[in-house]
Design a binder for this molecule. Sequence first.
Ligand SMILES: Cc1cc2nc3c(=O)[nH]c(=O)nc-3n(C[C@H](O)[C@H](O)[C@H](O)COP(=O)(O)OP(=O)(O)OC[C@H]3O[C@@H](n4cnc5c(N)ncnc54)[C@H](O)[C@@H]3O)c2cc1C
Ligand code: SF4
Ligand code: SF4
Length: 423
Amino acid sequence: MKRYRLREQMNGVAEPPGKVWFWELEAGVIGAGRCIQCGTCVAVCPSNSIGIDEGTNLPELVKMCTGCSLCWDFCPRGGLRYEALWPPSTQARDEDAEIHPAQSRADSSDTYFSVSGGPPADGFGAVVESYAVRASAEIGDVQDGGAVSALLVGLLAAGEIDGALVSKPSTDPDERWKGIATIATTADEVRAASGSFYNQTMALAELDLAPYGLPPKPRIAVVGTPCEVQGLRAMQARRWPTGAHRVEAVVLTIALMCTKNFDYRALTLRELRDKRGVDLDRVSKMDVIRGRLIVEYRDGELAVDEPVKDFHGAALKGCDECADFLGRSADISVGSVGSMSGWTSVLVRTERGRLAFQAARSRLDVRGLDDPAALLRLDALDKKIAERNLQRKLDPDAPLFIDFEEHVRAYSGSDRQPVVIRR
Ligand SMILES: Cc1cc2nc3c(=O)[nH]c(=O)nc-3n(C[C@H](O)[C@H](O)[C@H](O)COP(=O)(O)OP(=O)(O)OC[C@H]3O[C@@H](n4cnc5c(N)ncnc54)[C@H](O)[C@@H]3O)c2cc1C
Ligand code: SF4
Ligand code: SF4
């Protein structure tokens, strides 16, 4: 059953004014093509009324909506428009510093800070330590240095967490190279979920932990894109009677730095398999790096090496509005940019992140970041695009900003090369 209408249409009882319903989220975000498939609305719904449409991987109503408004309030593309809280220009410019003095809200007890990780003019946001990191021992088919997988394996071994929300490859032969959200509870499960999947997984919906046989008060690490971490942080900052989803169980958040993500069918099936003839069974690695999408086969052959702008039609449109490349609200942010190939750039942002990093330290090779400025360049570009898109919402005649060559320039100066790690 997919549609439930207003109570007054069912039984004539009038609705109190001011309610916000799921179908308003449906109209403003999902139907408008702006959903970034984070799963926050599923996790936040106290009556478990929101599920996931298997065909589209988008939220859908599965039970009656009570009009509590929470799905709208916490949706990063709905009520949780953190960009709207930021000053229109996020970079302090000398010429208008007097007219628009930089806003500073650096109090970590502030909900705004908890959700956004601090004001955007802060450069990296809150950072207590930063490193280039790689797993000190072979760990699997990792994306960069394997820092994330090694960290999770170390935290499981040290008894610091009971599981980690990660993305594993689908075993469906019709869904090759599709990431599926799962809770990994063993080192083998963490290893099997290593590497990057260029699709959103509705990750936070997986926080219904009932199927996983975890202890009564489980401690979970969440690995996700910055928007997923935003949704989670917002839910943790403002408590409400929860449904099935155990938001309070999350003790650590790791954000994968991200400028855009894709629709699985549009990118992997339509663009790669159907249009370019990519044999998905032979693929060892996909990467978006230096403004290019690179797909490699296990035998080392390059299957695809094209500007990522060629795949813009397969990207999630909601990503154009996102200005949080660096994952400011996470305990730890990780990315490929800023360090040599075979290493992961790691920004440790909170005390909780620092303690987690220390607990797994013996499994990590650690040195300084190679090119921290490269992270700031890409972050500035990401914000510029989001800002331009926000301006277009206010003035539809404003020019559309999609200068993809700037992506390439944003990476220039980094000596990072694509790295082939075989599956
Ligand atoms: C969609 C996407 C876009 C990215 N864009 C950039 C970028 O523009 N610049 C940059 O520097 N870095 C980017 N990254 C991060 C980068 O690809 C690596 O994930 C990061 O450097 C960590 O590498 P690692 O070897 O330490 O991770 P690994 O040890 O390989 O572990 C990666 C972890 O991420 C989880 N994961 C993979 N895909 C997803 C997903 N879609 N959603 C949630 N969790 C997932 C895996 O399950 C695993 O636990 C992106 C990642 C993703 C998924
Ligand atoms: S963006 Fe996230 S919270 Fe908003 S509708 Fe999509 S899945 Fe739900
Ligand atoms: S670009 Fe932003 S909105 Fe899109 S998946 Fe990445 S973090 Fe989420």
